[in-house]
Design a protein around this ligand. Structure first.
Ligand code: NAD
Ligand code: ZN
Ligand code: ZN
Length: 346
């Protein structure tokens, strides 16, 4: 079968021929129908040796949907032919967090050489992917695989981040989404579907602001010197209750700090490597809270799939054949993608 492999740090991903895995024990083999390409994949491919705990070679692809093709002798909880999406943040499988589907916050996270499927373990940019247990699967019914795959990270991470901000948003309030790409456009939709907040969007590309508008944002603006003032004006001068930063550059973190209302909360999701200094006394608003949400839980993924099946979420997809994956990486790195690239085995 074909697979998009990261062979060694510092090398471009390559489409290679590898052996199709055979499920053993409780493992489940999934025939891939769609795999999303996340900006984290670009960060992984560009990472210096030692920056991440993974040990190449492995197959990329952590947003995966398809159907069950074969079961190991001990596998239960699914059946051949079932259409599923993979809950990707695999933990140790035995701690209290993993036992309740919160593998994203596995107690042994620091000891593992992977973050999940396609992130240190063989992933779904391939014809087939092996899943350690059916507990990592969520049924999708008749939802399109090209929708379900991005929902398992771009959707789930945004949903988990919004869930963490719900108390800050209360009844109404203002939420700012910085970076309206794969994650950000779904964050806008999730805010609109699950909160009563006013949603403001910021990006560096006009086309991304158009996507924010299509996703239901009330207002969008390009990142400029006076963006904090422009955003504050939209809140009657008081500032935003919550900011979701899907970029994580120093400029966007500083924008978030300058835009938040006292008692406001920043969710830093993007891995842009920027810095924000926490100091007291300092310039952060009083009552400032920060979270670093990572992916999401399995129960939350089931909620995201249900929300999408109800019609409340629509991933803007940009289809590419699996065989053109290396070119899709280049396009995403250049900023030439709107919404989510979905790789489809051709
Ligand atoms: P993407 O490339 O699809 O979208 C990024 C968007 O940000 C684009 O619209 C781009 O124009 C915009 N942008 C870039 N620089 C900007 C700036 N300085 N100011 C404003 N907008 C800017 O990326 P994505 O797949 O949505 O991922 C977003 C980030 O989230 C990445 O850093 C990714 O690694 C990270 N991520 C984190 C988690 C997590 O669990 N915490 C999960 C998935 C992705
Ligand atoms: Zn991702
Ligand atoms: Zn665990």
């Amino acid at each position: 079968m074909r697979a998009v492999r990261l062979r060694a740090w510092g090398q471009r991903p390559v489409l290679a021929e590898v052996e199709r895995p055979v499920p053993r024990d409780a493992e489940v083999l999934i025939r891939v129908e769609a795999a999303g390409l996340c900006h984290s994949d670009v960060h992984v491919v560009d990472a210096a040796a030692g920056a991440l705990p993974y040990r190449p070679p492995f197959t990329l692809g952590h947003e995966v949907a398809g159907h069950v093709a074969a079961l190991g002798p001990m596998a239960d909880g699914t059946a051949v032919g079932e259409r599923v999406v993979i809950h990707g943040p695999w933990g140790c499988g035995s701690c209290a967090r993993c036992a309740t589907g919160r593998d994203n916050y596995c107690d042994r996270r620091g000891e593992l050489s992977w973050h999940g499927v396609g992130l240190g373990r063989d992933g779904g940019m391939a014809d087939y992917v092996l899943v350690p247990s059916a507990r990592h699967l969520v049924p999708i019914g008749d939802l399109g695989a090209d929708q379900a795959a991005p929902l398992s990270d771009a959707g789930l991470t945004s949903y988990h981040a919004v869930a963490g901000l719900r108390h800050a948003l209360g009844e109404g309030g203002t939420a700012v989404v910085i970076g309206v790409g794969g994650l950000g456009h779904l964050a806008v939709q999730i805010l609109r579907a699950t909160t009563a907040s006013q949603v403001l969007a910021v990006d560096i590309h006009e086309e991304a602001l158009a996507l924010a508008d299509r996703s239901g944002a009330h207002f969008g603006t390009l990142l400029r010197e006076d963006t904090a003032r422009v955003l504050r004006d939209r809140t009657g001068g008081v500032g935003a209750d919550a900011v979701l930063d899907f970029v994580g550059a120093t400029a966007t973190l500083e924008l978030a700090a300058a835009t938040l209302r006292p008692g406001g909360e920043l969710a830093l999701v993007g891995s842009g490597g920027g810095q924000l200094t926490v100091r007291k006394p300092g310039f952060l608003p009083p009552g400032f809270r920060l979270s670093l949400p990572f992916w999401g839980t399995r129960p939350e993924l089931a909620e995201v799939i249900a929300l999408a099946r109800s019609g409340a979420l629509r991933v803007e997809t940009d289809h590419s054949p699996l065989s053109a994956a290396p070119q899709a990486f280049d396009r995403l790195r250049r900023g030439g993608v709107r919404g989510r690239v979905v790789l489809v085995p051709d």
